[in-house]
Design a protein around this ligand. Sequence first.
Ligand code: FPP
Length: 250
Amino acid sequence: MTQILEDNNIKLSQDNIPSHIAVIMDGNGRWAKKRGLPRVAGHKEGMNNVKTIAIKASKLGVKVLTLYAFSTENWGRPSTEVNFLMKLPIDFFGVFMPELMQNNIRVFATGILDDVPEKTRNIIIKAIDETKNNTGMILNFAFNYGGRADILEATKRIVKKIQNDELVIDDIDESLFSKNLLTNTLKGFSDPDLLIRTSGETRISNFMLWQMAYTEMIFEDILWPDYSPENLVEDIYKFQNRDRRFGKLN
Ligand code: FPP
């Protein structure tokens, strides 16, 4: 077992790095409030932290890092905040694309992009295209994503295939259902091994409901803009000390 000593004196075993880490980046608003700043200042700081954590995750050997950047429920926030969140991908890729390229990071998106403003959608599609030959970590933005919507859309796709005589009911199994979810683009890595939620809230807020059936969960009492690369190392260490049985005995 190869062990690598990280800066904070934690030894991670190289052969048990979670392949797919999903993060609910919560607490931007509270981070800003604590400093007497508008909520959007927290989102901006949260956006900067996306780059820091993505680079650390890629260096640690994570294969897919999915970040919950905008949920199907977030449309219910005040329009000024929604507009700001819609502009974040434009800022993010505008500033950080060279560093993503240097780190061989490939951009993906999981969500209903058709309902996202055109300018935002186009910038995300451009980032996916520009990084398509990178062979390192997949940085997957869950953008306009909802777990229930994902399951409903998969169901509709399957029913249509049955109506078109492309499938029969007995063809429906877990593997076929998974292939009809938005995470199908992640191939063998569609299900997160580890979920991290920051800010102390302990819920999954409609995130990857099907995909998280056997995901290990860690809830950190740290606001997302304060979540550091050392925290990521600690969380991977906690993951490595969990006993994953997938419903079996060992
Ligand atoms: C939840 O915190 C956070 C969000 C709804 C947005 C998360 C987005 C980012 C961190 C930036 C994403 C970056 C890109 C490139 C798209 P909250 O606002 O609910 O915080 P609160 O619970 O403290 O109010």
